[in-house]
Design a protein around this ligand. Sequence first.
Ligand code: ALA
Length: 411
Amino acid sequence: MKNSPILKYRDDFPLLKTKMHGKPLIYFDSAATAQKPESVIDAMTTFYVSHYGTVHRAVYELSTFATKKYEETRKKVALLLNAKKPEEIIFTRGATESINMAAFSFAKAFIRPGDEIIISEMEHHSNIVPWQMIRDDFQAVLKVIPMNDQGVSQGELDLEAFSKLLTDKTKIVAVTHISNALGTVNPIKKMIQMAHERGAKVLVDGAQSVPHMKVDVRDLDADFYVFAGHKMYGPTGIGILYGKEELLNQMPPYQGGGDMIETVTFEKTTYNTLPLKFEAGTPMIAEVLGLGAAVDYINHIGLDLIYQYEQELLIYATEKIQKIEGLKIIGTAKEKGAILTFTVDGVHPLDLATLLDLQGICIRTGHHCAQPVMRHFGLTSASRASLSFYNTKDEIDLFIEALQDSIKKLR
Ligand code: ALA
């Protein structure tokens, strides 16, 4: 692993070459947001410096250039996901907006009083709260798939319970592909099959999966799949909603404004076709171009190599961290992404993260925007180290050393 060909790509990230508190920066918070390679930064800078103009609205050179690049990115994202058509890719301002858009628009088209929605106990708040709003606005019923408590595979979804929750009234299941708090990789393909057998649609939150593994929406048969640019080495402020064409066509627009219309009179407005029906207003043009560069960048490295290397890092870090006395890993699913959440007896996560920060090490603490997950484990807060292909075994060694030192100081 020390000689993995992937290590050369670390040099592409300017921030990873800097120091924090006089120490080399060790960035272990990629599940929150990933660092940016030069190619993404350059794509956005070059656009602002040399090509800046609006999209879809004008015939001058700057605008036609921006429109071409914007629509090229849509094609790149469609190819990345193996979507049937670029029109199935909607640009939003983040994964959260993608979920809200899909939820509200789907509900208007398909949810009636008494219908059922299923989410899971391991969801991020952004895949809980919008569905609670739908429940309240549309008099629907919200059900929750529980997690199991088994020691060896703690933090996996209980599929038997899921099959019992599914009924003929279930309209949609919204579930994460990889848990941001536990790292659990859910058996999404199987869950989608189970939901489809009962006539329910499925929305998958892919914020933690798309940057780290190959995702094929057609093989999964996902109805909706959402993720964010900033976790996949792209800019903030750009998200993606993939939806099956036949579903998106039946759903009303989420917001009204420019570009999403065909004709407007004071009496009546007719809407544009996909994908612009869901892209009201001047969009995030530079962010879309940055996302395009991020997709190119990931493709250049290869998601198979990324997945394999990150799994090696996870195994290495897990072996080391679990030897620390009083440390407990939260989430021990058989299949995990490179996320290590943990608690240490007698040590508050906030104190630990503060001491680690002084060593130049960035980890996340708190409830990880997943309070029900914390509650399940009887916690209000935990520490989380989340890894990416730009991390190294040497960084893990330094982290473990700093962790042991900090724990000694805090006990
Ligand atoms: N979902 C992000 C995280 O897990 C914010 O940190």
